[in-house]
Design a protein around this ligand. Structure first.
Ligand SMILES: [Cu+2]
Length: 124
């Protein structure tokens, strides 16, 4: 199911880009527009950890920012990119990176070990 959904999104993306080129042939090509940046807001308050295994879709090259707001010390780890941030209790913390690896990557916490989000990076 995930594979067919992804094919549909890719087909739609190509069609959408072609439509934009037809509509504005003298403007910059649509494929040079910078990918839309994405923010993933992680909160851990009174034992409730969010997001909860959410799927987050981004286009390769997009800047992804992860913010952490927690009432206890929390380590957040993005697999594949090997981004790790240690947030202190009560201290808003964030990190950003460019999503230059295509694929599916787990964003999780350690202690407790929980899946926050599945980051899906597509070519276009
Ligand atoms: Cu981990």
């Amino acid at each position: 199911m995930a594979a067919s959904r992804r094919s549909f999104l890719t087909a739609w993306g190509v069609g959408g880009a072609a439509a934009m080129l037809l509509a504005a042939c003298s403007a910059e090509p649509a494929d040079q527009d910078p990918p839309v940046p994405v923010t993933i807001a992680v909160t851990y308050k009174n034992g409730t950890l969010l997001p909860n295994a959410e799927q987050v879709n981004v286009v390769k090259g997009a800047t992804v920012t992860v913010t952490v707001d927690s009432d206890q010390d929390l380590r957040v780890h993005l697999h594949g990119y090997e981004e790790v941030v240690d947030a202190e209790a009560g201290v808003p913390t964030e990190f950003s990176f460019v999503a230059d690896l295509v694929g599916s990557f787990e964003l999780e916490t350690h202690e407790p070990t929980r899946l926050l989000a599945q980051l899906i990076v597509r070519d276009q």
